[in-house]
Structure formats: C-alpha cells, structure tokens
Design a protein around this ligand. Structure first.
Ligand SMILES: [Zn+2]
Length: 317
C-alpha cells in the first residue's frame, strides 16, 4: 500500500493536455450507432426516399459530427506529442496535416488519396454543423411522399464542398456521403467510422500503437467488442441492404490496394479483416469461432474433429 500522508503532503506536478474529442468515439458514438441501426434496419430498401427516418437521421448525424471532432482531436494530440505546431490557414486543415504527417513517416504513402477521403468526412460534418439549407418540393398524399425537386441554397458550401460533391446526385464523389441533410443516415455513419478505423490503423503503423486508440467496449449477445473493427464487422454482418454491403466490400478492397501496406499486420483493421481463403470481408467475429459468410471456412480450436470456441474443461485428478 502507498502512504497516503506522503502522497498528499507533496505537490505532484504533471502536464496534462485536453483533447476531449477523442473520448466521444469511446463513450458516445457506439450508443448513437446502435440507436441509428434500430431505425435503419426497418427501412424498405427497395424504395427511394428524400429523407430517412428522423431517429436514424439525428443519431447518425450527431455521431458523424463527433467522429469528425475526434479525428481533429487525435490530429492535435499527434502534433503536440511530436513537438510540432499545427500550421495556420488552409495548410493546417485536418485532412492535409494528417496526410502530410503520414507521408513523412511512411515512404510512398498515397497522401492525396488519403486527404480526399478524410476531406469528404469533413464535408459531411460541415453540412450538419453549418446546417446547410436545401429547399425540397414534395408532393404527398396518404400513401406516398415524393420529392419533385430539391436544391441547396447557394450561400452554403465552401471550396472543399464544391470540389468533393457531385451536386446532381447530392453525394460526395468518392465515398458517396449524402450531403442533403435529411438523407444522412446509418450508412453514412458506417462509412465515417470506416475512415476513422483506417486512420487509426495507419497511425499505428506510422507512429506506434496507442497513438490513435479507443477502448470500444460494447456487448452484443454476451460477446464484448475489443476494437472498432469488430464493431463494424458486427453491423456489416447484419447489413439489411445488400447493395450497401456490396459497396462496403468493393470500397474496402480498393482501400486495401491503396493502403494495405501502410496498415499493421493482423485483423485489427476492418478492411483487412478478411477470409484467408476467399478474401471476403468480416471474417474475424466477436464469437471465438470465426467463419466466412461467403465460402464457409471456419477457424477455431479443433477438438475431437469438431471446431469449437475453446477447449472443453478437462478433469484433472
Ligand atoms: Zn471465405
């Protein structure tokens, strides 16, 4: 035991820094995600809507903002720990400073591609935080709500918005984030977290483990998640929209080609959590028996010819 008198008698000096945004991912985002998913899975995916359910929309939008805030908090912390100041003006933008920092640490890092990806997260954050106003003309009766026409008011959207968005379809060019505020939903949140997971993985490779970290402890069916990759895999496995699941698979494949060599080995990143036989996503799951939904390959402990989650208790005399 330590001596309490001695502990309180002396003044202990310590320098503490304050990037509280990093905690949002750990303590708030998983709850918002669970709420958003409950509403999302009730959607009819054969129909198109001009808005998603307000419950899905508000929980997703709030979580996206918090993730963007967290990315900035991690950027600030990384710069501080490295003894560097964040540049002022456009050179100090979050996407650009993270991309450049990774390039300094990882030779051949595709910083432009990475900046574009992070930039799109900040575009959708701006849509929410700066409350972009769209005018939507809708026609409705007791059965349907149809959008006839919609447009964003010109005063909203900066240079990076114009560069990143296809205004005809109302989505960002690369990741397809919805920029019409009422359409922002669970899929946009999932994509944002996929980017955060990629960022955390590259940061680990470039700067060491724990530099961008969060203990994502959440329980599903008696299994605790240990990281963001597992949380994403949990939702990916239940994706009620086949088209979205296919998009995630193909987008992740592209990211693996661009960034695979800049990620740590192992299954800690969502995009590298793939089947050893057929490379399908989502192989390592919360349960201790891992299986591929695509080809059926299983991994676990083998006992008496059966793959089981853990060795059975042996009686010792
Ligand atoms: Zn497989």
């Amino acid at each position: 035991m330590y001596n309490v008198v001695a502990m309180t008698d002396r003044n202990h000096k310590q320098k503490i820094i304050t990037p509280i945004g990093a905690n949002f991912v750990e303590f708030i985002v998983p709850h918002l995600m669970a709420e958003a998913f409950t509403a999302y899975k009730k959607r009819n995916f054969t129909k198109t809507y001009f808005q998603v359910n307000p419950c899905e929309n508000s929980h997703s939008a709030a979580a996206i903002v918090l993730v963007a805030v967290a990315i900035e908090a991690y950027r600030n912390r990384i710069y501080y720990m490295g003894g560097e100041s964040v540049p002022k003006g456009t050179k100090g933008s979050v996407p650009s400073t993270i991309g450049k920092m990774f390039l300094r640490k990882l030779s051949g890092f595709p910083d432009q591609k990475f900046e574009t990806i992070v930039q799109e997260v900040f575009v959708v954050r701006d849509v929410i935080v700066h409350s972009h106003i769209h005018e939507l003309n809708v026609v409705f009766n007791s059965r349907n709500w149809d959008m006839v026409k919609g447009r964003k008011l010109n005063e909203y959207g900066d240079g990076k918005f114009k560069k990143s968005v296809d205004t005809k379809i109302g989505k960002t060019n690369l990741i397809g984030f919805n920029v019409q505020p009422l359409k922002i939903g669970f899929e946009d949140l999932f994509k944002t977290l996929l980017v955060l997971d990629l960022f955390a993985g590259i940061a680990e490779k470039a700067l060491g483990r724990g530099c961008v970290s969060f203990a994502l402890l959440q329980k599903f069916d008696n299994h605790w998640t240990k990281n963001l990759s597992q949380l994403l895999t949990h939702y990916y496995d239940q994706a009620p929209n086949q088209k979205f699941a296919e998009w995630v698979e193909s987008f992740s494949k592209g990211l693996r080609e661009d960034f695979g060599s800049f990620l740590p080995d192992g299954d800690d990143c969502f995009i590298t959590n793939t089947c050893p036989k057929c490379s399908a996503l989502g192989f390592h799951k919360l349960e201790e028996v891992w299986r591929c939904n695509a080809c059926g390959v299983k991994l676990g402990f083998k006992l008496n010819g059966i793959i089981t989650s853990k060795p059975l208790n042996q009686d010792h005399e």
